[in-house]
Design a protein. Structure first.
Length: 409
């Protein structure tokens, strides 16, 4: 009897193996390149113009740092607001809240500029060594839309190698990998690294669009102290305080955090210092990016329900209330939306000349109750995409829909 060791191939088997290898290679290339395609965005019919970041900083043209800039202008003159999501592409609620604006917004007074994928390169890869899902699904009317979950930093394929230590454009020395952290690269450098150029491009948007108020949407780990928070530049202190009180009346607890003057390179710090605007950063709690989580699944992105976080909450280790309902994406998006609305209301109170008014957006409670997907465009529709290890979680609330509770909306 012949064993496998005695098996001899011939030209035909050699050709077949080569062909098989080539096919596997081609399939991997297309799957890999598929990660570089941005998910489609379907702006509301009241969009005034869609630009690219390269229109403000031309060096970004045809680079992976270029990204869409959506501009909405109202009939009445007023102030101008910039909202960014996706400065950290693994913080799904920041991106999703910005997307909700783009797909629903109608500006009545002033101007609103939204950049949902501020660090576009960070959306083209996943958090390394975390087993992170590449995609998650949101039920929308008539189907499921699939979204990429990106990473905190710029893709190393696009910016490499990291220095051992990084001197930020604002002059602080930090760990080398932070060279790819957009939220350490403000105010950017016009001829710097890709991440620094993206930061510069966003400052150019602030300058060229005459922005007066900037809000940067983030998330953080439930065990991180700056959470459920409004972090404010001192120029926006009064506005932030008024907004926090309004939110408290709505049953939404937000901490107020003054931005430390010596922590440099962050959006709100440098937008305020270099862009001269009022600037704030919002944080919601995101279990999938925390250190205590169990298996990171597409469902965890959407439901925010994790047994290990539940245990940590029982031991008093978290900075947020956390129960069996988890921290659903819809609830986190609703918090961002409520906070942005409250900040706009306080702008109207504090600086009426700079006010911005809009319509078309759902009330934050409706986002909690019906799920964020109810307010997204059906898009291309179609069934769930299961490529790239992603999957589809249930309705945006993950079955955890419930009436808002004080301090725990
Ligand atoms: Zn962040």
């Amino acid at each position: 009897m012949k064993g496998i060791g005695h098996w001899r191939g011939n030209r035909l088997t050699a050709a077949a193996s080569l062909l098989l290898g080539a096919m596997i290679g081609l399939l991997s290339v297309s799957a890999f390149r598929g990660m570089w395609e941005p998910d489609p965005v379907f702006p509301s019919p009241w969009l005034t113009r869609k630009a690219m970041l390269a229109d403000y900083h031309p060096a970004l043209k045809n680079t992976p740092g270029d990204t869409e800039v959506f501009v909405f202008e109202g009939g009445e003159p007023g102030g101008s607001l910039l909202v960014t999501g996706g400065v950290h592409a693994n913080e799904a609620a920041g991106f999703m809240a910005a997307l909700l604006l783009v797909e629903n917004l109608k500006v009545e007074k002033g101007k609103v500029v939204v950049i949902p994928r501020a660090n576009a390169s960070a959306f083209t890869h996943s958090e390394p060594q975390e087993g992170s899902p590449q995609r998650y699904g949101i039920e929308v009317p008539g189907g499921v839309r699939s979204f990429r979950l990106g990473a905190r930093l710029t893709n190393p394929v696009h910016q490499w190698p990291d220095p051992s230590l990084f001197r930020t454009p604002a002059g602080q020395i930090v760990a080398g990998a932070e060279a790819r952290n957009l939220n350490r690269c403000f105010p950017g450098r016009p001829r710097g690294s890709l991440t620094e150029q993206v930061a510069w491009g966003i400052l150019e948007v602030i300058r060229q669009e005459g922005i007066g108020l900037g809000i940067d949407l983030h998330e953080s780990s439930p065990e991180y102290p700056v959470i459920n928070a409004i972090v404010f530049h001192e120029k926006a202190a009064e506005m932030a305080a008024v907004a926090q009180m309004d939110l408290q009346f709505e049953g939404l607890d937000f901490r107020l955090e003054a931005s430390p003057r010596n922590l440099r390179g962050l959006s709100h710090r440098e937008w305020g210092d270099h862009g001269g605007i009022r600037a704030l950063l919002l944080e919601t709690p995101n279990p999938v990016q925390g250190r205590l989580k169990g298996r990171p699944t597409p469902e965890l992105v959407v439901t925010g329900r994790d047994p290990f976080y539940l245990k940590a909450a029982g031991l008093g280790r978290l900075f947020i209330p956390y129960d069996t309902a988890g921290a659903p994406l819809s609830w986190r998006v609703a918090r961002h939306l409520a906070a942005v609305e409250a900040i706009l209301a306080s702008l109207e109170e504090v600086e009426p000349d700079l006010a911005v008014a809009w319509s078309g957006l759902p009330e934050w409670r409706a986002v909690v109750e019906q799920g964020v997907g109810a307010f997204l465009r059906p898009g291309t529709g179609g069934g769930p995409r299961t490529d790239g290890g992603g999957g589809v979680a249930g309705q945006a609330g993950g079955g955890a829909r419930r009436p808002p509770q004080p301090g725990r909306p």
